[in-house]
Design a protein around this ligand. Structure first.
Ligand code: HEM
Length: 518
Protein backbone atom coordinates (compact mmCIF):
# COMPACT_ATOMS: atom_id res chain seq x y z
CA UNK A 1 0.00 0.00 0.00
CA UNK A 2 1.45 3.39 -0.97
CA UNK A 3 1.91 5.51 2.13
CA UNK A 4 0.34 8.90 1.41
CA UNK A 5 1.69 12.08 2.98
CA UNK A 6 -0.20 13.97 5.64
CA UNK A 7 -0.03 17.34 3.93
CA UNK A 8 -2.80 16.70 1.45
CA UNK A 9 -0.39 16.05 -1.37
CA UNK A 10 -0.98 12.40 -0.78
CA UNK A 11 1.64 10.59 -2.83
CA UNK A 12 2.14 13.09 -5.61
CA UNK A 13 0.82 10.70 -8.23
CA UNK A 14 -2.04 12.93 -9.33
CA UNK A 15 -0.91 16.55 -9.59
CA UNK A 16 -4.19 17.90 -11.06
CA UNK A 17 -5.98 16.86 -7.91
CA UNK A 18 -3.85 19.20 -5.87
CA UNK A 19 -5.78 22.08 -7.40
CA UNK A 20 -8.80 20.92 -5.44
CA UNK A 21 -7.15 21.50 -2.11
CA UNK A 22 -8.36 24.99 -1.68
CA UNK A 23 -6.31 27.41 0.28
CA UNK A 24 -8.61 29.39 2.45
CA UNK A 25 -7.79 33.01 2.98
CA UNK A 26 -9.12 35.34 5.60
CA UNK A 27 -10.79 38.43 4.20
CA UNK A 28 -9.39 41.59 5.77
CA UNK A 29 -12.68 43.46 5.80
CA UNK A 30 -14.54 40.57 7.48
CA UNK A 31 -12.38 38.43 9.71
CA UNK A 32 -14.95 35.68 9.89
CA UNK A 33 -15.09 35.35 6.14
CA UNK A 34 -13.47 32.59 4.15
CA UNK A 35 -12.56 33.06 0.49
CA UNK A 36 -11.73 30.55 -2.17
CA UNK A 37 -8.24 31.13 -3.56
CA UNK A 38 -8.91 29.27 -6.80
CA UNK A 39 -12.41 29.76 -8.16
CA UNK A 40 -11.73 27.47 -11.15
CA UNK A 41 -12.24 24.58 -8.76
CA UNK A 42 -15.78 25.71 -8.11
CA UNK A 43 -17.04 26.22 -11.62
CA UNK A 44 -20.62 25.03 -11.13
CA UNK A 45 -23.36 27.39 -9.96
CA UNK A 46 -24.14 25.00 -7.13
CA UNK A 47 -20.58 25.21 -5.92
CA UNK A 48 -20.62 29.01 -6.13
CA UNK A 49 -23.74 29.05 -3.98
CA UNK A 50 -21.94 26.83 -1.53
CA UNK A 51 -19.08 29.32 -1.28
CA UNK A 52 -21.48 32.12 -0.49
CA UNK A 53 -23.22 30.02 2.13
CA UNK A 54 -19.89 29.06 3.63
CA UNK A 55 -19.39 32.74 4.43
CA UNK A 56 -22.79 32.98 6.12
CA UNK A 57 -22.36 29.80 8.12
CA UNK A 58 -18.91 30.73 9.23
CA UNK A 59 -20.16 34.00 10.69
CA UNK A 60 -23.37 32.62 12.20
CA UNK A 61 -22.55 29.09 13.38
CA UNK A 62 -18.81 29.36 13.85
CA UNK A 63 -17.95 32.95 14.69
CA UNK A 64 -14.23 32.57 13.95
CA UNK A 65 -11.54 34.96 15.20
CA UNK A 66 -12.70 37.95 17.20
CA UNK A 67 -10.34 40.61 15.83
CA UNK A 68 -8.95 41.29 12.39
CA UNK A 69 -5.38 40.65 13.57
CA UNK A 70 -6.49 37.32 14.94
CA UNK A 71 -8.26 36.82 11.66
CA UNK A 72 -5.09 37.41 9.67
CA UNK A 73 -3.17 35.05 11.93
CA UNK A 74 -5.84 32.38 11.49
CA UNK A 75 -5.81 32.96 7.75
CA UNK A 76 -2.06 32.55 7.68
CA UNK A 77 -2.34 29.35 9.71
CA UNK A 78 -4.99 27.90 7.40
CA UNK A 79 -3.01 28.83 4.32
CA UNK A 80 0.21 27.44 5.79
CA UNK A 81 -1.19 23.90 5.98
CA UNK A 82 -2.75 21.41 8.30
CA UNK A 83 0.19 20.75 10.58
CA UNK A 84 -0.08 24.06 12.41
CA UNK A 85 -2.53 24.21 15.24
CA UNK A 86 -5.60 26.36 14.88
CA UNK A 87 -7.50 27.64 17.89
CA UNK A 88 -10.75 28.82 16.31
CA UNK A 89 -13.54 26.52 15.25
CA UNK A 90 -13.76 26.49 11.50
CA UNK A 91 -16.42 24.46 9.77
CA UNK A 92 -17.99 24.48 6.31
CA UNK A 93 -21.67 25.21 5.79
CA UNK A 94 -24.43 22.66 5.47
CA UNK A 95 -28.22 22.44 5.51
CA UNK A 96 -29.88 24.55 8.19
CA UNK A 97 -33.09 22.49 8.59
CA UNK A 98 -33.90 21.25 12.12
CA UNK A 99 -32.18 18.05 13.24
CA UNK A 100 -35.27 15.86 12.92
CA UNK A 101 -35.97 17.08 9.38
CA UNK A 102 -32.36 16.44 8.37
CA UNK A 103 -32.50 12.98 9.94
CA UNK A 104 -35.70 12.04 8.14
CA UNK A 105 -34.34 13.42 4.86
CA UNK A 106 -31.15 11.40 5.30
CA UNK A 107 -33.14 8.23 5.92
CA UNK A 108 -35.47 8.80 2.98
CA UNK A 109 -32.88 10.01 0.47
CA UNK A 110 -30.07 7.87 1.87
CA UNK A 111 -27.03 7.77 -0.37
CA UNK A 112 -28.48 10.17 -2.92
CA UNK A 113 -28.89 12.67 -0.11
CA UNK A 114 -25.14 12.70 0.63
CA UNK A 115 -24.31 13.17 -3.04
CA UNK A 116 -26.83 15.97 -3.26
CA UNK A 117 -25.20 17.71 -0.29
CA UNK A 118 -21.76 17.38 -1.89
CA UNK A 119 -23.07 18.85 -5.15
CA UNK A 120 -24.49 21.75 -3.20
CA UNK A 121 -21.84 22.44 -0.56
CA UNK A 122 -18.62 20.91 -1.87
CA UNK A 123 -16.45 18.06 -0.60
CA UNK A 124 -17.00 18.94 3.08
CA UNK A 125 -20.18 20.06 4.81
CA UNK A 126 -21.89 19.98 8.18
CA UNK A 127 -25.03 17.95 8.86
CA UNK A 128 -27.07 17.69 12.04
CA UNK A 129 -28.65 14.25 12.45
CA UNK A 130 -30.45 12.61 15.38
CA UNK A 131 -28.24 10.27 17.47
CA UNK A 132 -24.93 11.73 16.18
CA UNK A 133 -25.69 15.48 16.38
CA UNK A 134 -23.74 18.17 14.49
CA UNK A 135 -21.21 16.42 12.27
CA UNK A 136 -18.57 17.47 9.78
CA UNK A 137 -18.66 15.23 6.69
CA UNK A 138 -15.29 14.94 4.95
CA UNK A 139 -14.38 13.23 1.67
CA UNK A 140 -10.83 14.16 0.61
CA UNK A 141 -8.00 11.71 1.21
CA UNK A 142 -5.79 14.22 3.04
CA UNK A 143 -8.53 15.07 5.56
CA UNK A 144 -9.52 11.41 5.87
CA UNK A 145 -5.90 10.53 6.59
CA UNK A 146 -5.65 13.23 9.23
CA UNK A 147 -8.77 11.88 10.94
CA UNK A 148 -7.71 8.25 10.80
CA UNK A 149 -4.28 9.06 12.21
CA UNK A 150 -5.57 11.41 14.92
CA UNK A 151 -5.05 8.76 17.63
CA UNK A 152 -6.73 9.50 20.94
CA UNK A 153 -7.85 12.94 19.77
CA UNK A 154 -10.92 11.09 18.45
CA UNK A 155 -13.05 8.20 19.68
CA UNK A 156 -15.93 5.98 18.66
CA UNK A 157 -19.52 6.71 19.57
CA UNK A 158 -19.45 4.35 22.53
CA UNK A 159 -22.80 5.18 24.13
CA UNK A 160 -24.59 4.59 20.94
CA UNK A 161 -23.03 1.23 20.06
CA UNK A 162 -22.75 0.05 23.67
CA UNK A 163 -26.53 -0.39 23.72
CA UNK A 164 -26.15 -3.25 21.29
CA UNK A 165 -22.72 -4.74 21.88
CA UNK A 166 -22.16 -4.27 25.63
CA UNK A 167 -19.51 -2.31 27.53
CA UNK A 168 -16.59 -4.71 26.87
CA UNK A 169 -16.95 -4.88 23.11
CA UNK A 170 -13.97 -3.85 20.99
CA UNK A 171 -16.37 -1.67 19.01
CA UNK A 172 -17.25 0.36 22.11
CA UNK A 173 -13.89 0.78 23.86
CA UNK A 174 -11.54 3.71 23.35
CA UNK A 175 -7.93 4.64 24.11
CA UNK A 176 -5.72 2.10 25.93
CA UNK A 177 -8.60 -0.27 26.67
CA UNK A 178 -9.29 -0.47 22.94
CA UNK A 179 -5.62 -1.00 22.05
CA UNK A 180 -5.18 -3.81 24.56
CA UNK A 181 -8.37 -5.61 23.54
CA UNK A 182 -7.63 -5.21 19.85
CA UNK A 183 -4.17 -6.75 20.28
CA UNK A 184 -5.79 -9.73 21.95
CA UNK A 185 -8.57 -10.18 19.39
CA UNK A 186 -6.74 -9.52 16.11
CA UNK A 187 -4.62 -12.71 15.69
CA UNK A 188 -7.46 -15.03 14.58
CA UNK A 189 -8.19 -12.75 11.63
CA UNK A 190 -4.76 -12.48 10.09
CA UNK A 191 -2.01 -14.37 8.36
CA UNK A 192 -1.88 -18.14 8.44
CA UNK A 193 -4.86 -18.36 10.79
CA UNK A 194 -7.13 -17.31 7.92
CA UNK A 195 -6.26 -20.45 5.97
CA UNK A 196 -7.99 -22.47 8.69
CA UNK A 197 -11.34 -20.91 7.72
CA UNK A 198 -10.97 -21.32 3.94
CA UNK A 199 -12.41 -24.84 3.93
CA UNK A 200 -15.40 -23.78 6.03
CA UNK A 201 -16.27 -21.08 3.47
CA UNK A 202 -16.01 -23.45 0.51
CA UNK A 203 -18.09 -26.05 2.32
CA UNK A 204 -20.87 -23.64 3.31
CA UNK A 205 -20.96 -22.14 -0.20
CA UNK A 206 -21.29 -25.55 -1.88
CA UNK A 207 -24.08 -26.47 0.52
CA UNK A 208 -26.02 -23.30 -0.31
CA UNK A 209 -25.34 -23.42 -4.08
CA UNK A 210 -26.98 -26.84 -4.22
CA UNK A 211 -30.28 -25.18 -3.27
CA UNK A 212 -30.20 -22.50 -6.01
CA UNK A 213 -32.93 -22.91 -8.64
CA UNK A 214 -32.03 -23.11 -12.33
CA UNK A 215 -33.15 -20.50 -14.92
CA UNK A 216 -35.31 -18.64 -12.47
CA UNK A 217 -34.53 -15.27 -10.89
CA UNK A 218 -34.25 -15.15 -7.12
CA UNK A 219 -32.83 -12.67 -4.60
CA UNK A 220 -29.37 -13.91 -3.68
CA UNK A 221 -28.98 -11.86 -0.47
CA UNK A 222 -30.80 -14.30 1.88
CA UNK A 223 -28.67 -17.10 0.50
CA UNK A 224 -25.44 -15.12 0.97
CA UNK A 225 -26.68 -14.28 4.50
CA UNK A 226 -26.97 -17.98 5.33
CA UNK A 227 -23.48 -18.68 3.98
CA UNK A 228 -21.87 -15.84 5.93
CA UNK A 229 -23.78 -16.53 9.17
CA UNK A 230 -22.77 -20.20 9.06
CA UNK A 231 -19.18 -19.28 8.20
CA UNK A 232 -18.79 -16.83 11.07
CA UNK A 233 -20.51 -19.13 13.58
CA UNK A 234 -18.36 -22.12 12.58
CA UNK A 235 -15.21 -19.97 12.55
CA UNK A 236 -15.97 -18.65 16.01
CA UNK A 237 -17.31 -21.79 17.68
CA UNK A 238 -15.73 -24.61 15.72
CA UNK A 239 -17.78 -27.81 15.77
CA UNK A 240 -21.53 -27.62 15.23
CA UNK A 241 -23.58 -28.54 18.30
CA UNK A 242 -26.97 -27.78 19.87
CA UNK A 243 -25.81 -24.40 21.21
CA UNK A 244 -24.49 -23.23 17.85
CA UNK A 245 -27.70 -24.39 16.16
CA UNK A 246 -29.70 -22.32 18.66
CA UNK A 247 -27.52 -19.26 18.00
CA UNK A 248 -28.05 -19.70 14.26
CA UNK A 249 -31.79 -19.58 14.87
CA UNK A 250 -31.75 -16.59 17.22
CA UNK A 251 -29.02 -14.38 15.78
CA UNK A 252 -30.63 -12.83 12.67
CA UNK A 253 -33.60 -11.39 14.54
CA UNK A 254 -31.53 -10.43 17.60
CA UNK A 255 -29.00 -8.54 15.49
CA UNK A 256 -31.74 -6.76 13.58
CA UNK A 257 -33.42 -5.61 16.82
CA UNK A 258 -30.05 -4.46 18.20
CA UNK A 259 -29.26 -2.54 15.01
CA UNK A 260 -32.60 -0.68 15.19
CA UNK A 261 -31.89 0.13 18.82
CA UNK A 262 -28.57 1.79 17.95
CA UNK A 263 -30.27 4.23 15.57
CA UNK A 264 -33.36 4.80 17.74
CA UNK A 265 -33.32 8.40 19.01
CA UNK A 266 -34.57 7.37 22.49
CA UNK A 267 -33.41 3.78 23.01
CA UNK A 268 -34.14 3.88 26.75
CA UNK A 269 -37.90 4.34 26.33
CA UNK A 270 -40.51 1.62 26.39
CA UNK A 271 -42.22 -1.11 28.37
CA UNK A 272 -41.95 -4.89 28.33
CA UNK A 273 -42.73 -5.11 24.58
CA UNK A 274 -40.36 -2.31 23.58
CA UNK A 275 -37.40 -2.71 21.26
CA UNK A 276 -35.07 -2.42 24.25
CA UNK A 277 -36.88 -5.11 26.27
CA UNK A 278 -36.90 -7.48 23.30
CA UNK A 279 -33.20 -6.90 22.74
CA UNK A 280 -32.40 -7.46 26.42
CA UNK A 281 -34.25 -10.80 26.31
CA UNK A 282 -32.20 -11.82 23.26
CA UNK A 283 -29.01 -10.72 24.99
CA UNK A 284 -29.76 -12.79 28.11
CA UNK A 285 -30.37 -15.88 25.99
CA UNK A 286 -27.22 -15.18 23.93
CA UNK A 287 -25.04 -14.80 27.05
CA UNK A 288 -26.39 -18.03 28.52
CA UNK A 289 -25.56 -19.96 25.33
CA UNK A 290 -22.06 -18.49 25.09
CA UNK A 291 -21.55 -19.36 28.77
CA UNK A 292 -22.34 -22.99 28.05
CA UNK A 293 -19.96 -22.97 25.07
CA UNK A 294 -17.18 -21.51 27.24
CA UNK A 295 -17.81 -24.27 29.82
CA UNK A 296 -17.43 -26.88 27.09
CA UNK A 297 -14.27 -25.22 25.72
CA UNK A 298 -12.70 -25.14 29.19
CA UNK A 299 -13.36 -28.86 29.61
CA UNK A 300 -11.95 -29.67 26.15
CA UNK A 301 -8.59 -31.49 26.48
CA UNK A 302 -7.78 -30.59 22.85
CA UNK A 303 -8.44 -26.88 23.30
CA UNK A 304 -4.91 -25.86 22.33
CA UNK A 305 -5.24 -27.72 19.03
CA UNK A 306 -8.47 -25.95 18.04
CA UNK A 307 -8.52 -23.14 15.42
CA UNK A 308 -11.85 -21.55 16.31
CA UNK A 309 -11.98 -18.01 17.67
CA UNK A 310 -13.68 -19.01 20.95
CA UNK A 311 -10.85 -21.44 21.74
CA UNK A 312 -8.34 -18.64 21.09
CA UNK A 313 -10.30 -16.21 23.27
CA UNK A 314 -10.54 -18.70 26.16
CA UNK A 315 -6.76 -19.25 26.03
CA UNK A 316 -5.81 -15.61 25.38
CA UNK A 317 -3.94 -13.75 28.12
CA UNK A 318 -3.36 -10.03 28.62
CA UNK A 319 0.22 -8.86 29.14
CA UNK A 320 -0.28 -9.19 32.92
CA UNK A 321 -1.42 -12.81 32.53
CA UNK A 322 -5.13 -12.09 33.14
CA UNK A 323 -7.77 -13.95 31.13
CA UNK A 324 -10.76 -12.46 29.33
CA UNK A 325 -13.85 -12.49 31.56
CA UNK A 326 -16.96 -14.27 30.35
CA UNK A 327 -18.80 -11.02 29.69
CA UNK A 328 -15.81 -9.75 27.68
CA UNK A 329 -15.88 -12.90 25.57
CA UNK A 330 -19.63 -12.68 25.12
CA UNK A 331 -19.62 -8.99 24.12
CA UNK A 332 -16.88 -9.62 21.58
CA UNK A 333 -18.32 -12.80 20.13
CA UNK A 334 -21.56 -10.88 19.57
CA UNK A 335 -19.65 -7.99 17.96
CA UNK A 336 -17.81 -10.32 15.59
CA UNK A 337 -20.95 -12.15 14.51
CA UNK A 338 -22.95 -8.94 14.11
CA UNK A 339 -20.21 -6.99 12.32
CA UNK A 340 -18.94 -9.92 10.32
CA UNK A 341 -21.88 -11.54 8.67
CA UNK A 342 -24.37 -9.15 7.09
CA UNK A 343 -21.64 -6.83 5.75
CA UNK A 344 -20.03 -9.67 3.80
CA UNK A 345 -23.39 -11.03 2.61
CA UNK A 346 -24.42 -7.62 1.27
CA UNK A 347 -21.10 -7.16 -0.56
CA UNK A 348 -21.50 -10.59 -2.15
CA UNK A 349 -25.06 -9.78 -3.23
CA UNK A 350 -23.71 -6.61 -4.85
CA UNK A 351 -21.02 -8.66 -6.59
CA UNK A 352 -23.71 -10.84 -8.18
CA UNK A 353 -25.71 -7.75 -9.13
CA UNK A 354 -22.65 -6.09 -10.75
CA UNK A 355 -21.38 -9.19 -12.55
CA UNK A 356 -24.72 -9.97 -14.21
CA UNK A 357 -24.61 -6.47 -15.69
CA UNK A 358 -20.98 -6.75 -16.86
CA UNK A 359 -20.76 -9.98 -18.87
CA UNK A 360 -17.26 -9.29 -20.18
CA UNK A 361 -15.96 -9.13 -16.60
CA UNK A 362 -17.98 -12.23 -15.72
CA UNK A 363 -16.55 -14.21 -18.66
CA UNK A 364 -12.99 -13.24 -17.75
CA UNK A 365 -13.60 -14.23 -14.12
CA UNK A 366 -14.94 -17.67 -15.07
CA UNK A 367 -11.93 -18.27 -17.31
CA UNK A 368 -9.58 -17.17 -14.53
CA UNK A 369 -11.31 -19.31 -11.88
CA UNK A 370 -11.20 -22.38 -14.13
CA UNK A 371 -7.48 -21.79 -14.68
CA UNK A 372 -6.87 -21.49 -10.92
CA UNK A 373 -6.11 -17.74 -10.90
CA UNK A 374 -7.42 -15.00 -8.60
CA UNK A 375 -5.91 -11.63 -9.57
CA UNK A 376 -8.92 -10.31 -11.46
CA UNK A 377 -11.30 -11.74 -8.85
CA UNK A 378 -9.51 -9.90 -6.06
CA UNK A 379 -9.58 -6.70 -8.14
CA UNK A 380 -13.31 -7.24 -8.76
CA UNK A 381 -13.96 -7.51 -5.03
CA UNK A 382 -12.17 -4.18 -4.51
CA UNK A 383 -14.20 -2.57 -7.30
CA UNK A 384 -17.50 -3.92 -5.94
CA UNK A 385 -16.64 -2.36 -2.59
CA UNK A 386 -15.60 0.92 -4.21
CA UNK A 387 -18.76 1.30 -6.28
CA UNK A 388 -21.12 -0.33 -3.79
CA UNK A 389 -19.72 0.28 -0.26
CA UNK A 390 -22.07 -1.31 2.24
CA UNK A 391 -21.33 1.33 4.89
CA UNK A 392 -21.61 4.90 3.62
CA UNK A 393 -20.15 6.80 6.53
CA UNK A 394 -17.70 6.03 9.34
CA UNK A 395 -17.96 8.17 12.46
CA UNK A 396 -15.54 9.57 15.04
CA UNK A 397 -16.19 11.97 17.92
CA UNK A 398 -13.63 14.67 18.67
CA UNK A 399 -12.16 14.21 22.17
CA UNK A 400 -9.46 16.86 21.97
CA UNK A 401 -10.33 20.49 22.65
CA UNK A 402 -9.90 21.19 18.93
CA UNK A 403 -9.03 18.96 15.99
CA UNK A 404 -7.59 20.45 12.82
CA UNK A 405 -8.42 18.52 9.67
CA UNK A 406 -6.98 20.33 6.66
CA UNK A 407 -9.14 23.38 6.17
CA UNK A 408 -11.33 22.72 9.21
CA UNK A 409 -10.97 23.06 12.95
CA UNK A 410 -13.51 20.91 14.74
CA UNK A 411 -14.54 21.54 18.37
CA UNK A 412 -14.56 18.92 21.15
CA UNK A 413 -17.66 16.74 21.18
CA UNK A 414 -18.40 17.34 17.50
CA UNK A 415 -18.68 14.34 15.19
CA UNK A 416 -16.66 13.83 12.02
CA UNK A 417 -18.10 11.49 9.39
CA UNK A 418 -15.97 10.04 6.60
CA UNK A 419 -18.09 9.99 3.46
CA UNK A 420 -16.72 6.70 2.06
CA UNK A 421 -19.28 6.66 -0.73
CA UNK A 422 -18.38 10.27 -1.61
CA UNK A 423 -14.64 9.73 -2.07
CA UNK A 424 -15.26 6.44 -3.90
CA UNK A 425 -17.36 8.32 -6.45
CA UNK A 426 -14.94 11.24 -6.82
CA UNK A 427 -13.80 11.58 -10.45
CA UNK A 428 -10.53 13.21 -9.46
CA UNK A 429 -9.66 10.21 -7.27
CA UNK A 430 -11.07 7.39 -9.40
CA UNK A 431 -11.29 8.50 -13.06
CA UNK A 432 -14.55 7.29 -14.71
CA UNK A 433 -15.78 6.73 -11.19
CA UNK A 434 -19.28 5.66 -12.25
CA UNK A 435 -17.91 2.88 -14.46
CA UNK A 436 -17.57 -0.58 -12.92
CA UNK A 437 -14.04 -1.42 -14.00
CA UNK A 438 -12.13 -3.99 -11.92
CA UNK A 439 -9.07 -3.55 -14.16
CA UNK A 440 -8.29 -0.32 -12.25
CA UNK A 441 -7.20 -2.52 -9.33
CA UNK A 442 -5.33 -5.20 -11.28
CA UNK A 443 -1.71 -5.01 -10.11
CA UNK A 444 -2.53 -1.73 -8.35
CA UNK A 445 -3.48 -1.79 -4.70
CA UNK A 446 -5.80 1.04 -3.70
CA UNK A 447 -4.62 3.86 -1.46
CA UNK A 448 -5.75 3.28 2.13
CA UNK A 449 -7.19 6.79 2.48
CA UNK A 450 -8.99 6.81 -0.88
CA UNK A 451 -10.49 3.31 -0.89
CA UNK A 452 -12.09 3.17 2.55
CA UNK A 453 -14.94 0.63 2.80
CA UNK A 454 -13.37 -0.82 5.96
CA UNK A 455 -12.81 2.53 7.70
CA UNK A 456 -9.26 3.30 8.79
CA UNK A 457 -6.58 3.91 11.38
CA UNK A 458 -6.49 2.02 14.66
CA UNK A 459 -10.17 1.15 14.30
CA UNK A 460 -10.03 -0.14 10.73
CA UNK A 461 -12.25 -3.20 10.45
CA UNK A 462 -10.52 -5.97 12.36
CA UNK A 463 -12.18 -8.54 10.09
CA UNK A 464 -11.16 -6.93 6.76
CA UNK A 465 -8.71 -9.69 5.76
CA UNK A 466 -11.22 -12.33 6.84
CA UNK A 467 -13.95 -10.62 4.77
CA UNK A 468 -11.70 -10.45 1.70
CA UNK A 469 -10.74 -14.10 2.05
CA UNK A 470 -14.40 -15.06 2.48
CA UNK A 471 -15.61 -13.07 -0.54
CA UNK A 472 -12.79 -14.49 -2.65
CA UNK A 473 -13.60 -18.10 -1.74
CA UNK A 474 -17.40 -17.68 -2.11
CA UNK A 475 -17.04 -16.08 -5.54
CA UNK A 476 -14.48 -18.63 -6.73
CA UNK A 477 -16.68 -21.53 -5.60
CA UNK A 478 -19.74 -19.94 -7.20
CA UNK A 479 -18.03 -19.20 -10.53
CA UNK A 480 -16.80 -22.77 -10.80
CA UNK A 481 -20.08 -24.39 -9.79
CA UNK A 482 -22.72 -22.28 -11.55
CA UNK A 483 -23.07 -20.14 -14.66
CA UNK A 484 -24.35 -16.72 -13.69
CA UNK A 485 -26.74 -15.53 -16.41
CA UNK A 486 -26.22 -11.92 -17.60
CA UNK A 487 -29.10 -9.45 -17.57
CA UNK A 488 -30.09 -6.16 -19.22
CA UNK A 489 -32.14 -5.16 -16.20
CA UNK A 490 -31.58 -1.74 -14.67
CA UNK A 491 -29.02 -1.45 -11.88
CA UNK A 492 -30.54 -2.24 -8.52
CA UNK A 493 -30.95 0.76 -6.26
CA UNK A 494 -29.37 1.09 -2.84
CA UNK A 495 -31.55 0.12 0.09
CA UNK A 496 -30.46 1.23 3.57
CA UNK A 497 -31.67 -1.09 6.33
CA UNK A 498 -30.40 0.95 9.29
CA UNK A 499 -26.81 -0.35 9.11
CA UNK A 500 -25.88 -1.49 5.61
CA UNK A 501 -26.64 -0.38 2.07
CA UNK A 502 -27.70 -3.40 0.05
CA UNK A 503 -29.25 -3.96 -3.38
CA UNK A 504 -32.93 -3.01 -3.16
CA UNK A 505 -34.12 -6.20 -4.86
CA UNK A 506 -31.80 -8.44 -2.88
CA UNK A 507 -29.32 -8.87 -5.76
CA UNK A 508 -31.45 -10.87 -8.22
CA UNK A 509 -29.54 -13.91 -9.46
CA UNK A 510 -30.27 -16.32 -12.33
CA UNK A 511 -28.03 -19.35 -12.80
CA UNK A 512 -27.46 -22.74 -14.34
CA UNK A 513 -25.55 -25.44 -12.50
CA UNK A 514 -22.42 -25.93 -14.58
CA UNK A 515 -21.61 -29.55 -13.96
CA UNK A 516 -25.17 -30.62 -14.54
CA UNK A 517 -26.13 -28.42 -17.49
CA UNK A 518 -23.01 -27.23 -19.32
C1 HEM B 1 -17.37 -6.58 3.55
C2 HEM B 1 -17.36 -6.81 4.85
C3 HEM B 1 -17.12 -5.79 5.91
C4 HEM B 1 -17.21 -4.43 5.86
C5 HEM B 1 -17.59 -3.57 4.67
C6 HEM B 1 -16.86 -3.93 7.17
C7 HEM B 1 -16.80 -2.59 7.50
C8 HEM B 1 -16.40 -2.11 8.73
C9 HEM B 1 -16.27 -0.72 9.05
C10 HEM B 1 -16.55 0.44 8.11
C11 HEM B 1 -15.85 -0.64 10.34
C12 HEM B 1 -15.58 0.64 11.14
C13 HEM B 1 -14.12 0.99 10.95
C14 HEM B 1 -13.72 2.33 11.52
O1 HEM B 1 -14.40 2.83 12.43
O2 HEM B 1 -12.72 2.89 11.03
C15 HEM B 1 -15.72 -1.98 10.85
C16 HEM B 1 -15.31 -2.30 12.13
C17 HEM B 1 -15.31 -3.58 12.62
N1 HEM B 1 -15.54 -4.74 11.93
FE1 HEM B 1 -15.95 -4.89 9.95
N2 HEM B 1 -16.59 -4.98 8.00
C18 HEM B 1 -16.72 -6.14 7.28
C19 HEM B 1 -16.50 -7.42 7.73
C20 HEM B 1 -16.17 -7.77 9.03
C21 HEM B 1 -15.91 -9.11 9.50
C22 HEM B 1 -15.92 -10.37 8.62
C23 HEM B 1 -15.67 -9.03 10.84
C24 HEM B 1 -15.33 -10.12 11.84
C25 HEM B 1 -14.88 -11.30 11.53
C26 HEM B 1 -15.74 -7.63 11.22
C27 HEM B 1 -15.56 -7.14 12.48
C28 HEM B 1 -15.43 -5.80 12.80
C29 HEM B 1 -15.13 -5.30 14.13
C30 HEM B 1 -14.96 -6.15 15.40
C31 HEM B 1 -15.03 -3.91 14.03
C32 HEM B 1 -14.69 -2.93 15.14
C33 HEM B 1 -13.18 -2.64 15.09
C34 HEM B 1 -12.69 -1.66 16.14
O3 HEM B 1 -13.49 -0.85 16.62
O4 HEM B 1 -11.49 -1.71 16.47
N3 HEM B 1 -16.06 -6.90 10.08
N4 HEM B 1 -16.05 -2.86 9.84
Amino acid sequence: MTPPSITGDNDGRRPPRRARYRHLLQCRCNPGRILEEDSRDRASPAARTATDEEVTMESTVNPGPASSSEGRRAGARAGAGADEESTATRLPPGPSAPRLVQGVTALVRQRRGLHHLRARYGDAFVVDWPVVGPSLVISTSSEIKQLYTAGDAVENLENHLGVMFGPDSLVVLNGDEHRVKRKLLSPPFHGRRLAAYDEIVRDETMRELATWPTDREFPVLPSMGRITLNVILRSIFGAEDAEVAELRRRMPRGIKTGAFLTVAPLPGLGGPCSLRARYQAFRRAFDAIVDRLIDKAERDRDLDRRDDVLALMVQARYDDGARMSRSEISDNVLSLVAAGHETVAVSLAWAVERLRRHPHVLDALVEEADAGGEELRKATILEVQRTRPVIDVVARRVRAERLTLGRWTVPEGHMVLVGSALIHDDESVFPNATVFDPSRFVAAKPDQYEWVPFGGGSRRCVGAAFAEMEMNVVLCTMLRAVTLLPTNARDERFHFNGVTNGPARGGRAAIRHRNRED
